[in-house]
Write a protein that binds this ligand. Structure first.
Ligand code: SF4
Length: 700
């Protein structure tokens, strides 16, 4: 379509790297890192540099389908609208749901959220980002009053200490990791890795704390108690800008009275703990990065707040080279948060727990019947579908049949649900359950914006023609909304029009109480939107960049809140029947359920088969040799994988990548093994610790 090189954004992880791309022969694309994009300055990781090989997939959906047979768009959309309208009329608005994705662009997300919350009148819209960063959102709101990542990527270059907790940055956010290594080279930055596994990130660090699963709160409570003990607390800051310090410190001291007790509770050496605590106490420029290892936990929100407490105590928030820093897994998890893609959010960082917010959003949208309370979060949504309470479900750009925990039950729920629509780019394990399939535009064809982990908005721009009858997600959603009788509110001519409305809502009656504000972009023209350069939010007349550094927080009293948290036990403990603790995570070269990266031979070369990592002691105890095919079972399900014996895995623990699905190997999905037990604050499921049994599979 476009042989000129255009500037766009990588669709994989939350680093949000800039990509220069152009169409190449055979539907492929040629790509290179954008030297002018501030997130990556021309660099791309293995996945990003293979993007050009993912644009001509054989498995692309080309036409709408009804009941597995090709249909035209009008018939398919009429059916979706009718089944949703009928369910709402007969059973009420809470009988329908959308399950969407951090792969969607902000404009797609915005109209999906507006349709469900503003016009259908239910908040049953949740996103696969629930599995990625919901605990960080909840932790930020508890501490700061709003979902704010205070720092920016430049802080990684300027820090003297980087603490990576629950983050295999070298594989999962490789370009950020390169910044950290550059800082190490340039200024001697120390890197501490807190992770039960010896990952590629831990291989390169100054100190690796391979703590027992689920003991992060104890470790950071011990740090808070240490800071108080050695006089490293910034008392002036705490008094002037925070509340709750005394209670948080008292609980931390009770939880973690000494380094020896922390060491015993976390399964670490007390000398290593002391080293970490002394390093943290002495280093003003400290960034603590946290990701899925913290978030994907039955106590994820408490873990986030235990980390933030230590930064509040030392006044290291929103300052050059200092702050707590949540990095997101998906390219637009942050954009989804901005428009209310989570069932417990409204839009533009407004919330259901504030009646004024509900009123404000309802008036802005001229909603006939705006939702007034939070909807079903992901795990509960699929439970409700399985129990017959959700009559019509629309899944957009995600593959819950593989990626959700307790995936066998999720598949049963999809089968039981009266009506399932799926819009996606390719066939997946989930599309098998669709009554109606809607072919969506893919990366290279889509047009809109994404926001990366440092709050930087970037454009995704199209340079390829949509194949067959594929359409952009925003268009599909608006067309369905019109058929449901809401056409006037969804009469958007292009993504720029949606973005303008999104920006206007963020500024609507915002007298400064919310930091998320795109007010200066409310009147952005189509031409300006086309040439929009990456920039951080807020986008107002004031400068943007780091946030919260001045000590003023978007809470009622303007102060940050210490949250008193205590170490809780793991949700599920190992037992004689299930003696190993199973951890799940990502591989360097794969993305999600491999729908895009799996068909690329060079990305498959490194780990071509599903595998389970085991310590030599556990392999011997289970009479397993390297390369054996093993049966894995938990109380939730079953999977198969090849054994890989490695000292990187601590005794008593096992690791399985999250990626495999039935498309690439039978019975290999980690989701089937994982528990749906979720954090009570955030609703984020525990994907890092489930008791496992393993045995050799005899091949007949
Ligand atoms: Fe894409 Fe993330 Fe790699 Fe950057 S680091 S190229 S955003 S996958």
């Amino acid at each position: 379509m476009n042989s000129a090189e255009i500037s766009t954004t990588c669709p994989y992880c939350g680093v949000g790297c800039g990509v220069l791309a152009k169409a190449a022969a055979g539907g492929e694309a040629s790509v290179r890192g954008d030297p002018d994009h501030p997130a990556n300055r021309g660099k791309l990781c293995s996945k990003g540099s293979a993007l050009g090989e993912t644009t001509s997939l054989d498995s692309r959906l080309l036409h709408p389908e009804i009941g597995g047979k090709q249909a035209d768009w009008d018939t398919a959309l009429d059916l979706v609208a009718r089944r949703f309208s009928d369910a709402i009329a007969e059973h009420g608005p809470d009988s329908v749901a959308f399950y969407i994705s951090g792969q969607l662009l902000t404009e797609d997300y915005y109209v999906a959220n507006k349709l469900m919350k503003g016009f259908i009148g239910s908040a049953n819209i949740d996103t696969n980002s629930r599995l990625c960063m919901a605990s960080s959102v909840a932790g930020h709101r508890r501490a700061f009053g709003e979902d704010i990542v205070p720092g920016i990527y430049e802080d990684f270059n300027e820090a003297d200490l980087i603490v990576l907790t629950g983050s295999n940055t070298a594989w999962c956010h490789p370009i950020l990791y390169q910044r950290m290594l550059a800082a190490r080279q340039a200024r001697g930055t120390k890197i501490v890795v807190i992770d039960p596994r010896r990952t590629a990130t831990a291989d390169e660090c100054d100190l690796h704390l391979a703590l027992d699963p689920g003991t992060d709160v104890l470790l950071f409570n011990g740090l808070l108690a240490h800071l108080a003990r050695v006089g490293a607390v910034d008392d002036d800051y705490v008094v002037a800008h925070t509340t709750g310090f005394d209670a948080a410190v008292a609980l931390a001291q009770a939880d973690a009275p000494s380094e020896e007790q922390v060491a015993e509770g976390c399964g670490l050496k007390s000398g290593d703990i002391r080293l970490f605590y002394e390093l943290f106490a002495a280093t003003e420029r400290t960034v603590t990065v946290y990701s899925q290892g913290v978030n994907q936990s039955a106590h994820g929100t408490d873990k986030v707040n235990a980390i933030i407490n230590c930064h509040l105590a030392t006044a290291r928030i929103g300052k050059l080279g200092a702050g707590p820093f949540s990095v997101t897994g998906q390219p637009n998890a942050m954009g989804g948060r901005e428009v209310g893609g989570l069932a417990n959010q409204l839009a533009a960082h407004m919330n259901f727990d504030n009646p004024r917010d509900i009123d404000r959003v309802g008036r802005f949208w001229r909603s006939p019947d705006i939702a007034r309370r939070a909807g079903l979060k992901a795990v509960d949504m699929f439970r409700a579908a399985g129990a017959g309470r959700i009559k019509a479900l629309w899944i957009m750009g995600t593959n819950p049949a593989v990626s959700m925990p307790d995936a066998t039950r999720v598949r049963a729920a999809l089968k039981a649900c009266d009506f399932v629509a799926v819009s996606d780019v390719t066939r997946t394990d989930t599309t098998r359950f669709a009554d109606v399939l809607l072919p969506a535009a893919a990366w290279g064809e889509k047009d809109g914006t994404v926001t990366n982990s440092e709050r930087r908005l970037s454009r995704q721009r199209p340079f390829l023609a949509m194949p067959g009858e594929a359409r952009p997600d925003w268009r599909i959603i608006c067309d369905a909304a019109a058929r449901m009788g809401f056409g006037a509110a969804f009469d958007f001519g292009n993504p720029a029009a949606i973005f303008r409305e999104h920006a206007a809502l963020s500024a609507f009656e915002n007298t400064g109480e919310r930091l998320f504000d795109l007010g200066a972009l409310t009147d952005i023209s189509d031409a300006e939107y086309d040439t929009f350069e990456p920039r951080h939010w807020p986008v107002t007349k004031k400068a943007s960049g780091r946030l919260l550094g001045g000590g003023k927080f978007p809470t009622a009293d303007g102060r940050a809140r210490f949250i008193a948290v205590r170490q809780e036990g793991v949700a599920l403990a190992v037992s004689a029947e299930y003696p190993l603790a199973l951890n799940t995570g990502r591989l360097r070269d794969q993305w999600h359920t491999m729908t895009r990266t799996g068909p690329v031979p060079r990305l498959m070369a490194n780990t071509p088969e599903p595998m389970v990592d085991l310590n030599p002691l556990d392999a011997a105890a289970n009479r397993l040799a390297d390369g054996d095919l093993a049966q894995l079972s938990t109380r939730y399900g079953f999977a198969r994988a090849k054994v890989r014996i490695t000292e990187a895995q601590r005794p008593g623990q096992a690791f399985v990548p999250m990626h495999w699905s039935a498309h690439f190997a039978a019975n290999a999905g980690a989701g089937a093994l994982a528990t749906p037990i979720a954090d009570p604050q955030s609703g984020q499921p525990e994907l890092k610790n489930v008791p496992l049994r393993i045995s050799r599979e005899e091949i007949a």
